[in-house]
Design a protein around this ligand. Sequence first.
Ligand code: ZN
Length: 337
Amino acid sequence: MKNFDPKYNDIPKTHLHVHLEGAIRTATIVGIAKEHGLDLPTYDVEELNPYVKVYEQWESLDEVLEAFRIAQMSIASSQVLERIAWEFFEDSARQNIKLLEVRFSPDWAFSGHDLDWDLALHGILSAKKKAEAQFGMAIGLIAITSRSMGVESCEKTVDWAIKHKDVIYGIDLADSEIQHPISEFVRPVLRAKDAGLGITIHSGEDTPASAVFDTIQAVGPERIGHGIHIIEDMSVVELVIERGITLEVNPWSNYLTNAVPTIESHPLKKLFDLGVRVTINSDDPQILETNLNNEYRIAHEILGMTLDEIKTCNRYAVEASFLPDAQKAAVIQELKI
Ligand SMILES: [Zn+2]
C-alpha cells in the first residue's frame, strides 16, 4: 500500500533495488497508450489498475505476467522512457530518497518497440540529470540481463554496459534462477567485473540458500538481490557476513511472490540481528503497489526493527552503492549515518 506518513516520509532514504519497468504510473501507461495508439484492456486508470498491479499474494507467476507485458509495451520511445524515469524520480524525491540506483533490462524493456539502446539510455540520462539538479538526489543506473533471454543476451548487455560504464555502474541478473542458474552466465558476469562494474545478482528469492552459495562461489558479487533464503543455512549466512556481501531485501515483494508465507515471518530483522548487511527496498513499486515508505513501515511496525536499525540499513546501502565514492561520501554526510 502506498504510504506517505510523515513518520516515514521524513526519514532520508537510500534505494538500491528497484526496477524501472515496475515503476510506471498507471495514468502514464494510459497516457502513452492513447498517444501511441496502443491496445489496453481499458483506458480508465481505476479499471486498468487490476491489470497492472498485484494486490494479493499470488497463486502463480501468470498473474503478474500481464502487468509486465503492459509495462514492456508502454516503453514506446526514448521520450516515453524519459517521462517514465522522470516521474519515477519525482515519486522517489517525494519519499525523501537521497541515493537511488535504478535498474532496467535493455534487451527486454527496449524490445517491445525495438528501441535503439543508446537513444533509450539518452532518455533516461536526461531525466536523471534534471532530477539530480532539482531534487539533490544521487542516481546510479544498473543494466539487467533477464536470465530467460539467454547467455547471448547477457554478453550483449555486458558489452553495452561496459561501453557506457561512465554512466552504468553495475550489472544484474534477474528472472528465473531455477530455470537458469548462475552457471550459465559466469563468463559475461566475470567480464563485467573485470571491467570494473559492480555486480549484484538476484538469488535466493524463490531458491534455497544453496543458490546463493553457488552465486557467491561462481562470481563473487558485492550484492545479492533478495537472498533471504540464506536464513535456512547458517553456513551461508556466515559466508555472506564474512565476505561483507550486502543483501537488497524487498519485504512486500517477497510476500506477494510467496517467497515468504506471511509478512510477519519475513527474515529481514533476523538477518540484521545476525549481522548481515541488509538494505530495505521496494523492487517494483507500481506493479506491487508499494513504496519505500511502506517497506519502512513493514520493517518497523511489523518486523520490529527500530528506526535506528533502519538508519543502519541506510548506511549499509550507501557503503554498498555502486556510485562514485565522492557522491557516496556526500550522502553519508547529508544523512548523518
Ligand atoms: Zn528485483
